[in-house]
Design a protein around this ligand. Structure first.
Ligand SMILES: [Fe+2]
Ligand SMILES: [Fe+2]
Length: 337
């Protein structure tokens, strides 16, 4: 799952993608532009401007990082799920997120950056991931709300990526979106069950909604007026819908779901606007968003430390897989000789 950091630079400070270098040979550039204009796909073997390649590596790797860091807040609840059924669902969901990371690292590798390089950037704090995962999951209701709202926001953002101009990314997103849809539904269903339970359970759901709502709105990234990368991303067919339009779609889709669930959304300015045919909503706290994006959220350090620890502890698995692959290759060569 994932969203906003895709338009956020990895290194703090620079917030604008470099303009297209003027040194690109004109005919190759013209062919690339024509393919983009015709809504065609760019494939790994095709020539592409360096800035397009760099933007995609940054976006797809940040997306991949978000998938695997996103496993952590919910993974903490696997051993504490309230029933065997909930545990099985949660294990499947967390495993899906690991799979999403796998497809996305593979897609990014087709652009010429190795997985080791990408993981190294994550583990040394140079790469960003979705800052939604830098908050704690305090109760079981948080697991339901993450499925409903966080995965819900991710779907809103990711469905347009199935039409991304870069083929491997677009194809990976088709499967990811199908799985995210299951994530969203399992979360909503778990909350439905809790809302039919005791007053304490209902309060737990409302509390979780109150804590996650604004963070989910921030997932769509800064307002369009403050998103310098967006226009270039749109031109390249990487970004299809603007941050504010996606955020509005999310609000419009979520309000009726909240009503059905029986929870309130913590925004006194949330109101149907007959003229616009959309819900109006209050201002997002962007200072808090940037504070967390820049590494100072409540769980930034903890998430990164857990990820690095998991990576180090998995070293023997990678070594064993490589040794096995070498053996198989040797056997194939021997048999062919
Ligand atoms: Fe998900
Ligand atoms: Fe995912």
């Amino acid at each position: 799952m994932y969203t906003q950091s895709m338009s956020v630079p990895d290194e703090a400070g620079s917030r604008v993608v470099q303009p297209l270098p003027s040194t690109e040979p004109a005919d190759r550039m013209a062919r690339f532009d024509a393919r983009i204009d015709a809504d065609g796909r760019i494939e790994p073997q095709d020539w592409m401007p360096e800035a397009y390649r760099k933007t995609l590596v940054r976006q797809i790797s940040q997306h991949a990082h978000s998938e695997i860091v996103g496993m952590l807040p919910e993974g903490n609840w696997i051993s504490r799920a309230p029933s065997l059924k909930r545990k099985a669902i949660l294990i499947a969901k967390v495993q899906d997120e690991g799979g999403h990371g796998l497809y996305l690292y593979s897609a990014a590798e087709t652009l010429g950056t190795s997985r080791d390089e990408m993981l190294n950037a994550l583990h040394t704090g140079r790469a960003k991931y979705s800052s939604i995962f830098n908050y704690p999951t305090l109760t079981w209701a948080d697991v339901g709300v993450i499925g409903w709202l966080v995965d819900g926001a991710a779907i809103m953002n990711q469905v347009p990526l199935c039409r991304c101009s870069y083929g491997p990314y677009a194809r990976a997103m088709v499967r990811i979106c199908k799985e995210e849809s299951f994530h969203q539904r399992q979360g909503y269903e778990a909350l439905m069950v809790m809302m039919r339970g005791t007053p304490a359970q209902r309060e737990m759901v409302q509390d979780a909604v109150n804590r996650w709502w604004w963070k989910c709105l921030a997932m769509f990234g800064p307002p369009d007026t403050d998103s310098p990368n967006s226009a270039q991303g749109m031109r390249w067919g990487i970004k299809r819908v603007s941050n504010d339009d996606l955020r509005q779609q999310f609000v419009d889709a979520t309000v009726p779901q909240a009503q059905l669930l029986g929870v309130s959304l913590p925004d006194p300015l949330l109101k149907w606007n007959e003229e616009r045919q959309h819900y109006d909503y209050g201002p997002v706290d962007w200072d808090e968003f940037w504070h967390t994006v820049n590494g100072h959220g409540p769980y930034n350090k903890e998430r990164l430390a857990t990820r690095v620890k998991a990576h180090n502890e998995g070293a023997w698995v990678r070594e064993a897989a490589l040794a096995h692959a070498r053996k198989m290759q040797e056997r194939t060569l021997r048999e062919a000789a």
